[in-house]
Design a protein around this ligand. Structure first.
Ligand code: SF4
Length: 566
């Protein structure tokens, strides 16, 4: 972007076996100076489809985005559904690397096709929200092109800015976490279009691929958690986590929320049916689980989709809002502004504790999003820079962040496997990198008592290694439930990779891939100045017992650090 030039390069030999997170993290680790400013010209923004993206393999269309994060200062990978990964793969694109920074104060768009990338100056859409971008591009772009876009938050380079990805129905999904939208904004790229024309992904052994995909899809479809996700969406977790006493409520002061029923997946399902929405919907072609949905407003008009547990928990229990329509309104505003719903909602919870707004004031939240965050007032920028930023601005000590990234929807005092995941994640407070909830609460892949620390380090380690590998395939993380329980699932996934590339990988190869990705990411963070002292939770988790179990985090520093013994 410094010279406004593009080039197409062959994939270096060392990176041929990587995709998705494995590829973005390896490129960032190799090419980004770890101590660079995340919003300066030396950071690079990398997009990579997974190893199986662009094929018909079930649930394989996840796109990874990677860079040094302006929120955490660590390496970051954030992945999303939508159409872009499959379309990039069909362009023959293994990774798209955006580097440099324009000197002039102008904005640009990128157009990716099998012929390469072109850069055009953009003025019409600058300052516009994500929905206006999608609407305008629907008229401007020919055919069904993919779109990656940033909203005003990315343009303002706020640390919670996300990158939005168009889904097959023209709605939005997001690479939500870590402020990668701010990195895209720092490169002055407003949107990227992806036009595969008639490009296709070749599969080396089509018959083997077909057989493996049949077994893989069957394992996903048959798993009871997949079926529940298809009925109630991820929001089915509200009642489950509340029952377990791990639903962070009122800025992490309780593990249970009085209004849980009003915002639960079951209630949401009834509302969706009543208003003619769709309880079951896919964020990408080829998904056999379909955890997304179409949520209509009171007038039965489309309101939002991809209305996830994490967003509903954060704005709901976290801020004590028990009205799903208020939460849906806030969700739409955040999608349009282009900010991470977890980071922003947790930031608002901290602001509520500081007295900026009353807990439970859903209308007030929407007002602040519209009048402050979207417009970039001083308060809006403090909130838009995340929970840590609000804590510092208002002198709040209960700030639930690790490496400055907001902790998501499982209180680590009541779900202790998540304490290890949050503390040791190379990405800051993140649930997806090692979802110990599965085994702590859902009894998937065995059962470990969520209130004790026995076995949690090993559990989180195994999950983080497996997840790093899964994140490289382009698979949606919700394949993990079948992968943990069904002995046919993981071998079928490995067969898919082998048939796609004519390889003979084994389970050990996949485990080694996961280990090497984690070590590469940790190496980047160490070179950026992070050490074991950063792998800790905020003090209040060790000292403030959480009702109803009145439990605290009780891992010693040595116990946490033993995570890295592999
Ligand atoms: S299960 Fe949900 S997140 Fe995963 S691909 Fe399907 S709709 Fe998208």
């Amino acid at each position: 972007m410094s010279e406004l030039t593009t080039s197409v390069e062959e994939t270096p030999q060392d990176w041929l076996g990587h995709g998705g997170r494995g590829l973005t993290s390896n490129i960032v680790a190799a090419e980004v100076p770890p101590t660079c400013h995340p919003l300066g010209p030396n950071n690079k923004l990398v997009f990579a489809p997974g190893l199986l993206s662009g094929t018909v393999a079930a649930n394989s269309g996840r796109l990874s985005a990677g860079a040094k994060s302006p929120l955490t200062g660590t390496i970051k990978e954030s992945n999303s559904g939508g159409t872009a990964a499959q379309l990039l793969a069909r362009c023959g694109c293994k990774a798209l690397i955006i580097e440099g920074q324009p000197e002039e104060d102008k904005w640009y768009s990128l157009a990716v096709s099998p012929q390469g990338v072109t850069i055009s100056e953009e003025s019409e859409l600058i300052g516009k929200g994500n929905f206006a971008v999608l609407e305008t591009l629907a008229g401007r772009l020919e055919g069904k092109q993919g779109v990656l876009t940033i909203g005003p938050a990315g343009e303002m380079r706020l640390c919670s800015a996300n990158i939005s990805v168009k889904d097959p129905d023209g709605h939005l999904r997001s690479c939500g976490r870590g402020g990668l939208g701010a990195v895209m904004g720092s490169k002055k790229v407003k949107f990227i279009s992806v036009d595969p024309q008639d490009g296709k992904v070749e599969v080396a052994l089509p018959d083997d691929f077909k057989t493996a995909n049949r077994a893989f899809a069957k394992a996903l479809i048959d798993h009871p958690v997949s079926q529940t996700l298809g009925t109630y969406g991820t929001n089915v977790l509200i009642n489950v986590i509340n029952e377990a006493g791990g639903l962070p409520t009122k800025n992490f002061t309780s593990g249970q929320f009085e209004g849980h029923d009003k915002i639960s997946g079951e209630t949401m399902h009834d509302i969706i049916e009543e208003r003619g929405g769709k309880p079951k919907h896919s964020c990408q072609a080829g998904c056999v689980i379909q955890c997304s949905q179409i949520y209509n407003d009171k007038d039965k008009q489309y309101k939002t989709s991809g209305f996830e547990y994490e967003s509903i928990w954060a704005m709901g229990a976290g801020c004590c809002v028990d009205n799903l329509d208020d939460i849906a309104e806030a969700d739409v505003l955040m999608d349009d502004i282009g900010i991470d719903t977890i980071e922003t909602s947790v930031a608002i919870g901290v602001a509520m504790e500081a007295g900026v707004l009353e807990f439970g004031d859903g209308t007030g939240i929407c007002r602040i999003l519209k009048e402050d965050v979207a417009k970039g007032t001083a308060l809006g920028r403090i909130i838009g820079n995340g929970a840590g930023s609000v804590g510092r601005a208002f002198g709040v000590t209960r700030v639930p962040v690790v490496k400055n990234q907001a902790i998501p929807a499982y209180d680590p005092r009541s779900v202790k496997g998540m304490a290890i995941t949050y503390a040791t994640s190379t990405m800051g407070g993140d649930h997806t990198v090692g979802y110990a909830v599965a085994t702590n609460i859902l009894n998937v892949g065995g059962s470990v008592d969520p209130l004790t620390k026995e076995g949690q380090v090993e559990l989180s380690r195994n999950l983080q290694i497996a997840t790093a590998a899964i994140d490289s395939t382009g698979m949606c993380l919700f394949i993990a439930f079948a992968a943990l329980d069904d002995p046919a699932c993981l071998p079928a996934l490995i067969d898919l990779i082998n048939a796609r590339y004519d390889l003979s990988l084994t389970g050990d190869d996949v485990t080694n891939l996961g280990k090497s990705i984690l070590k590469t990411e940790k190496g980047f963070n160490e070179a950026a100045g992070f050490n074991n002292a950063d792998d800790r939770l905020p003090e209040f988790f060790y000292t403030e017992p959480l009702p109803p179990h009145n439990s605290v985090v009780d891992f010693s520093g040595e116990e946490i650090d033993s995570f890295w013994n592999f």
